[in-house]
Design a binder for this molecule. Structure first.
Ligand SMILES: *Cc1c(COP(=O)(O)O)cnc(C)c1O
Length: 362
């Protein structure tokens, strides 16, 4: 038996095959084909959003968002995220300024943002960690007061709602990843979401090399298009997304019931949130306990993931910036296996090994 932290969802192969036959008939493989258009429409419908672009992946989505907003100088961001959040800022020639996280939610701490703002600050780029929304209202207030743009790295947040609406609706732009390991996926893929049509238009040009027409250009674009084959996977998987969300909630609650009396910290969810249960992360009392549990699980070929680790303020190519809370949490946090076809027996085994190794060691 081999259990990984995640396992991609796959639709019935016959359903995917039907889409592929259509692609063969049309011989239209990429460049804004009919399946890409259909996926964009279906996603907007499902998420109840006005503007959404389907792109190559979640990293390109971040880079295009930064460019579409014309950001420069410093961007305030979080050290507790995947490395792409930081590298996309650097790749676009901006400077990431790390603001530490809230020790309860693991999201960027709004109370620390204002003291990091300088005259060079152009934006805030925050991650909805594990799909758990940032304090979007506090961040919006700070941004408005200081004239800053807001981008959310919402790579984990597909299906999460705040006040009954998709969390993708917040900020000037949000980005999502549809990578195979994510809750909803298109093998590789991502999306850019914005409430502002002019930003969608700018991002749409940037996604297509900056083309306005075949022979005229506006802005330094990139190839951010995605293919009909990827869109086909998305159209298949979208039919299962409610089932996927429900299954994850069921499995997460089963973990919860095992851990009710165990000293494990779970990220706090604040406000009126419908959470998507994208990950099941637990913080141990200390790193030593975490390492013991990792070893205990590995003896059963169970591979959780230290996610996120290391804290991004410690990346070797950044000037050192202290973020004690993020550094502490990232040393103690572990994402336990959670995916659609994880069985109850497997989950129970994982939970029992965690509890046993915490209590008695190896
Ligand atoms: C997965 C992920 C990304 C990158 O998305 P890709 O589609 O793999 O490029 C960016 N940020 C976060 C928080 C992620 O989890």
């Amino acid at each position: 038996m081999n259990i990984n932290v995640t396992r991609p969802f796959l639709p019935p192969i016959e359903v995917y095959q039907r889409y592929i036959e259509g692609i063969w008939k049309r011989n239209w493989l990429t460049n804004h084909g009919p399946l890409v258009s259909e996926l964009e429409l279906e996603l907007k419908h499902y998420l109840e959003l006005d503007h959404l672009l389907y792109v190559t992946n979640g990293t390109i989505a971040l880079q295009v968002a930064i460019k579409a907003l014309g950001l420069s100088g410093e961007i305030i961001t979080t050290p507790f995220s995947y490395v792409a959040t930081t590298t996309s800022i650097l790749w676009e020639g901006c400077t990431p300024v790390m603001v530490d996280i809230d020790p309860d939610t693991f999201n960027i701490n709004p109370e620390l943002i204002e003291s990091a703002i300088t005259e060079r600050t152009s934006a805030i780029l925050a991650t909805h960690v594990y799909g758990n929304p940032c304090d979007v209202e506090a961040i919006e207030q700070i941004a408005r007061k200081h004239g800053l743009k807001v981008i959310y790295d919402a790579a984990h947040a597909f299906g999460t709602k705040v006040n009954g609406q998709s969390v993708f609706g917040y900020g000037d732009m949000s980005t999502c990843s549809f990578h195979a390991t994510k809750l909803f996926h298109t093998v590789e893929g991502g999306a850019i979401i914005t409430p502002r049509p002019e930003l969608l238009k700018a991002a749409s040009r940037l996604r297509n090399f900056g083309h306005v027409t075949a022979e005229s250009f506006d802005g330094i674009g990139i190839n951010g298009k995605n293919s009909e084959f990827h869109a086909a996977m998305g159209l298949c998987n979208l039919n299962y997304v409610d089932e996927i969300l429900a299954r994850r909630q069921f499995l997460s609650e089963r973990y919860d019931s095992f851990f009710a009396n165990v000293p494990l910290q779970r990220p706090a969810i604040r406000g009126k949130v419908d959470y998507n249960h994208a990950y099941y992360a637990v913080a141990f009392p200390d790193e030593k306990t975490l390492l013991t549990v990792v070893e205990g699980l590995s003896r059963y070929s169970i591979a959780p993931r230290r996610y996120f680790y290391p804290s991004l303020n410690r990346l070797p190519y950044l000037d050192s910036q202290a973020c004690p809370v993020s550094e502490d949490i990232s040393k103690r946090v572990l994402a336990l296996p959670l995916y659609h076809d994880l069985s109850i027996e497997e989950l129970d085994l994982i939970a029992r090994i965690v509890i046993r190794t915490m209590r008695y060691g190896l």
